[in-house]
Design a protein around this ligand. Structure first.
Ligand SMILES: *[C@@H]1O[C@H](CO)[C@@H](O)[C@H](O)[C@H]1NC(C)=O
Ligand SMILES: *[C@@H]1O[C@H](CO)[C@@H](O)[C@H](O)[C@H]1NC(C)=O
Ligand SMILES: *[C@@H]1O[C@H](CO)[C@@H](O)[C@H](O)[C@H]1NC(C)=O
Ligand SMILES: *[C@@H]1O[C@H](CO)[C@@H](O)[C@H](O)[C@H]1NC(C)=O
Ligand SMILES: *[C@@H]1O[C@H](CO)[C@@H](O)[C@H](O)[C@H]1NC(C)=O
Length: 717
């Protein structure tokens, strides 16, 4: 059915839009040439003088290789092609990375990076003086320039693993294809195109360049699922020189149109469907076509002839349609992406640009050509939240991979790099996720830390001796406890002598601090010999041994998280327009307070040495919010929420002053809210993540004989 549909389609006219790319402005380059001339002479003579001894006295010839000089572009040296006596070789359609790409050419440089050689600048002409390519386009110049200035470039063809001919094949309409084939076949390292990369954005009419390229890789914009050699060729976008005029760097930009169709010369079948939809959803669709007076940067509404500036009009729409034209690759794709307008792709079988690495489902909508009539149902079925999310991803992906010809060129090389050195290849998360989405674990451990290591309990105390001793007594019964470190923060008084401390089986270290600072609790003391640290206030005497041991078990499974007992959450206060700290019992949590929590020692190190000093100083000056700061630090780094263990919610004891129950001191809650809001500003974002999740022992709630349960003594509330 689909193929019959395609046959029915009539192409109205060729969708040649810009007539190709921008011609290079050679005057700017020739000016630069003179500026660099004398410097060049100087450097060259210096090189000659210094290399004389080597040339004269070494028996075997040492070659020097010079970086390609792009200034020559204004006046390309002519290379006369030999008469065409050899056959061109048809493109090997069966090529895969494994059998056509010669991987043994790679890795001669001593670093694990592909080395890319660009052939000398030249104008290839035949015996009659006809040239394979016209003047080099600005786009091709920029592309080559990006490659030559990248870390992949090498001037030495012998160590190269990838070769790029200096022949502007971007726009096939401008190309003498027969001569281009001849020129390629006469390149010194061509050998049937092995490890050669040909860039092609606008494909042409017969003869088609890509039919006679042997084993060469094609980075092309016109692939469909039948023509691409999967994991071999690279699908790239057609670069649009005008996309920059539509660029918008703000995903909350106001848009009053739901869908805009702006592509010109679209197929009649598409146009008919769009007219039908337009009748039904007139207020949601803006249907544009060419104006009577032609010009790419102008569009007129189909029924009213209202005129709009293009591509700027795309900034007003949430969705932008991208249709298959005579070619697959369409300028409008990049123009839509630049304007942060979600592309709706109506091109059956098109291989999307960089499809190997980009998850297009996150940033675009796909509709089958024969289902175009469902367009409005599809786009109206996407929630506002989803749209916001997609726009954020779209902006990030556009900025990273599509916003300039340089990025397109380098990303093409990086895709080959990832294939050649797969152990270094970028992961899905790195390639597609926003920085705020990537779960990052800075602790490169086995996922489950060994139980035998145990944990250190770190108690910050001032002068609540009795409570401290009770706590030590209770902690000493926890099986996995290795050591207790008491941080004595009272400068006016010495800690009690060791003889007065409770006699327990584990060792106790007392550390006297030099100043009464809250950040002392997060110093990575050398006395802490375990990775797991139980940070605990001297007044938290209600936790049972089972609760603490169980929390340690949970931490072992999640060593990069804060795992502990008192939980809180943050909320957006839409009255004061600020972040708010919340201690009510809600269904979600986003912080676990460090008054009773397990943390990896690494976080103490990070708190001490890399927490922004304005956060750290604020905590020490105000003697408050060190626990909130720690939650920010961990969440900002890992993008993960903390883990609350066991049901206990009240951590109140008779002598405690610092409790935050519902009746608690309002001033305290206000100060805590200010901390959350202040830290969010300093971090530049709200890193805390909420979660509706708590860890309890497996058999905890089951009606089951107690002696069969591992953790019996789990407190309630
Ligand atoms: C290219 O070569 C083919 C076959 O040799 C020939 O038929 C065709 O006319 C040539 N095209 C041009 C533009 O020279
Ligand atoms: C986009 O906006 C962000 C923050 O609003 C800014 O850091 C960045 O430089 C902007 N990029 C461009 C290209 O304007
Ligand atoms: C983004 O656009 C919205 C709405 O137009 C505006 O309120 C906001 O200030 C803009 N943000 C930036 C960073 O320009
Ligand atoms: C603030 O949030 C509440 C609860 O979500 C909502 O009912 C109220 O309409 C919001 N107020 C404003 C001004 O957005
Ligand atoms: C937050 O995390 C980002 C990304 O890892 C990092 O660049 C930034 O420095 C962190 N901010 C702070 C204040 O630690």
């Amino acid at each position: 059915m689909l193929s019959s549909l395609k046959k029915k389609m009539t192409i109205r006219s060729r969708d040649r839009i810009l007539g190709g790319f921008t011609a290079l402005n050679s005057s700017t380059i020739s000016q630069k040439r003179y500026k660099h001339f004398f410097l060049g002479v100087l450097i060259t003579s210096a090189i000659i003088v210094f290399s004389l001894p080597f040339i004269n006295f070494s028996s075997n010839e040492t070659k020097t290789f010079h970086k390609i000089d792009l200034n020559l572009i204004a006046n390309l040296p002519k290379v006369k092609l030999k008469a065409n006596n050899e056959e061109t070789s048809p493109t090997d359609t069966k090529c895969t990375h494994w059998d056509c790409f010669n991987i043994y050419r790679c890795g001669h440089t001593g670093h694990e990076r592909i080395a890319v050689y660009v052939y000398p600048l030249a104008r290839y002409v035949d015996e009659n003086g006809a040239s394979a390519t016209p003047q080099v386009s600005k786009e091709y110049y920029d592309l080559i320039n990006a490659i030559v200035n990248s870390k992949y470039y090498t001037a030495n063809p012998e160590e190269a693993c990838l070769f790029i001919p200096f022949i502007d094949t971007l726009n096939e309409d401008q190309l003498n294809v027969n001569l281009t084939w001849r020129a390629l076949n006469q390149l010194p390292m061509w050998s049937n195109g092995e490890n050669h990369l040909i860039f092609n954005m606008i494909s042409g009419k017969s003869p088609i360049l890509s039919t006679q390229l042997g084993k060469a890789l094609v980075a092309g914009a016109d692939f469909d699922t039948y023509t691409i050699r999967k994991k071999y060729d690279i699908s790239i976008p057609v670069f649009s020189p005008v996309a920059k005029f539509a660029y918008i760097n703000n995903t909350s930009h106001f848009r009053n149109i739901k869908v805009v169709s702006s592509q010109i010369n679209i197929d009649l079948y598409f146009m008919d469907e769009l007219r039908n939809l337009n009748k039904k959803f007139n207020d949601q669709i803006l249907l544009l076509d060419q104006c009577n007076e032609k010009g790419y940067q102008k569009r007129c509404e189909v029924n009213t002839e209202n005129q709009f500036r293009y591509p700027q009009i795309l900034k007003k729409s949430t969705f932008c349609l991208v249709f298959r034209g005579q070619r697959m690759g369409q300028f409008v794709l990049l123009e839509a992406m630049a304007s942060n307008c979600l592309p709706v792709i109506i091109m059956d079988g098109h291989v999307m640009p960089f499809e190997d690495i980009i998850d297009w489902k996150r940033i675009a909508i796909f509709i089958m050509e024969s289902h175009l009539h469902t367009l409005m149902d599809v786009v109206n079925g996407i929630s506002e939240n989803k749209i916001e999310e997609m726009k954020k991803c779209l902006l990030a992906i556009y900025d990273r991979y599509f916003s300039s010809i340089e990025k397109i060129a380098l990303n093409s090389l990086e895709i080959i790099q990832d294939r050649v050195f797969p152990h270094l290849a970028r992961s899905y998360d790195e390639l597609n996720m926003l920085p705020s989405e990537i779960n990052y674990n800075p602790l490169h451990f086995p996922t489950t830390a060994p139980r035998s290591l145990g944990f250190t309990a770190l108690i910050l105390t001032y002068d609540r001796i009795q409570s401290l001793f009770t706590l030590i007594q209770r902690l000493s019964k926890v099986p996995s406890l290795m050591k207790i470190v008491v941080v004595w923060n009272n400068q006016k008084k010495d800690p009690p002598p060791m003889s007065q401390f409770p006699k327990i089986q584990k060792s106790i270290n007392v550390i006297k601090t030099k100043a009464n600072k809250l950040s002392n609790r997060f110093y990575p003391y050398k006395e802490i010999e375990t990775e797991a640290v139980l940070h605990i206030d001297d007044d938290i005497v209600m936790l049972t041994s089972d609760e603490v041991e169980f929390a340690y078990e949970v931490w072992r499974e999640f060593p990069d998280r804060i795992v502990g007992f008192p939980s809180r959450t943050h909320l957006w206060d839409n009255v004061t327009n600020s972040w708010k700290y919340e201690s009510e019992w809600l269904n979600e949590i986003s912080m676990v307070l460090t008054g009773a929590a397990f943390l990896h020692k690494y976080w103490s190190y990070l708190y001490t040495y890399s927490l922004p000093s304005n956060v750290k100083n604020w905590v020490d000056d105000n003697m408050n919010c060190e626990d909130i700061a720690m939650n920010f630090l961990v969440a900002n780094m890992t993008n993960k929420p903390p883990i609350k263990v066991t049901p206990r919610k009240k951590f109140k004891c008779p002598e405690c002053i610092n409790n935050e129950m519902l009746s608690a001191d309002i001033g305290h809650m206000v100060a805590r809210s200010q901390c959350v809001d202040r830290f969010a500003k300093i971090f530049g974002r709200m890193p805390l993540k909420s979660v509706e999740f708590r860890a309890d022992p497996v058999l905890f709630k089951d009606a089951f004989p107690e002696k069969l349960k591992r953790f019996n003594d789990i407190g309630s509330l």
